[in-house]
Design a protein. Structure first.
Length: 219
C-alpha cells in the first residue's frame, strides 16, 4: 500500500483537485444553466473539430484496442485493463438503462427549454436518452487510470490523466452529456481501475502472467 501511494499520489491528487473544482460548479448551478455556460465555448472551428473526433477516445472500440495491445505486451496488465473496462462499462450501462431515466441535453433543450439556444457541432449524431452516467467518461477514466497505474513514469501518468479528462469533457462540449454525467462516469472508471489494480497487479499470485502473449523464442 505504501508503495502504491508513493507511486500514484500525484495522479489521485490531480484527479481530486479537478473533482472538487467540478463539484463546486455542480452545487452552484443547475445542470441547464451550467451546460449553457459550457456551450458558450462552442464555435471555434478548430476546437470543435478536435472534440468531434477526440471524443472517440472514450469509445469501447478504442478501449478494447488499447487493452489488446497491452495484452500482447504483457498478459497480466492486459487482463487488468480489459477487466476494468468491461466491468465498469457494464456497471454504467446497468445504471443508465435500468436505474436512471435521465434525458440528454439535446432532448431537454429541444423539447423542454425553448428559450435557450444551444450550439451543436455539425456532423455529430445527437442522442436524446440514457444520459446518466456517461459511458464514454467511464471508459476513458477506466482505461487511462489503468495505464497510469501500470506506468512508472510521472510524466506519462500526467498525460494519461489529461487524455481521460479531455475525452470525458468532450461529451459535455458536444452536448451529449451533462457535466454531472461525466463526473460520475469518471468516478466509476477511476474506482474500477483502482479496485482491479489491487486484484491483479498488487498481489503476487498473478506474477506468472507477467509475460508477452506471444513468446517467440529464437531457435
Amino acid at each position: 500500500m505504501k508503495q502504491f501511494i508513493k507511486n500514484n499520489w500525484s495522479y489521485y491528487l490531480l484527479y481530486l483537485i479537478v473533482l472538487c473544482w467540478t463539484a463546486y460548479y455542480l452545487f452552484q448551478f443547475d445542470k441547464v444553466t451550467l451546460h449553457l455556460k459550457i456551450n458558450a465555448c462552442v464555435g471555434n472551428p478548430a476546437i470543435d473539430t478536435f472534440f468531434k473526433y477526440f471524443t472517440h477516445v472514450g469509445d469501447g472500440i478504442f478501449a478494447v484496442f488499447l487493452g489488446l495491445i497491452v495484452l500482447i505486451v504483457n498478459i497480466r496488465k492486459g487482463i487488468f485493463v480489459l477487466c476494468t473496462y468491461i466491468v465498469s462499462g457494464l456497471f454504467t450501462s446497468l445504471l443508465k438503462n435500468y436505474c436512471f431515466n435521465i434525458n440528454r441535453p439535446h432532448f431537454v433543450f429541444d423539447y423542454f427549454v425553448h428559450d435557450a439556444k444551444v450550439k451543436y457541432i455539425e456532423g455529430v449524431d445527437m442522442v436524446g436518452l440514457n444520459s446518466f452516467p456517461s459511458g464514454h467518461a467511464t471508459s476513458a477514466f477506466a482505461v487511462f487510470t489503468c495505464m497510469a497505474l501500470i506506468s512508472n513514469n510521472p510524466f506519462l501518468k500526467f498525460i494519461f490523466f489529461i487524455l481521460a479528462l479531455v475525452s470525458a469533457f468532450s461529451r459535455t462540449y458536444l452536448s451529449q452529456h451533462w457535466l454531472v454525467d461525466i463526473t460520475v462516469g469518471s468516478m466509476i472508471g477511476t474506482a474500477a481501475a483502482t479496485l482491479f489494480f489491487f486484484i491483479f497487479m498488487h498481489r503476487s499470485r498473478f506474477q506468472k502472467l507477467d509475460k508477452p502473449l506471444f513468446n517467440f523464442k529464437r531457435p
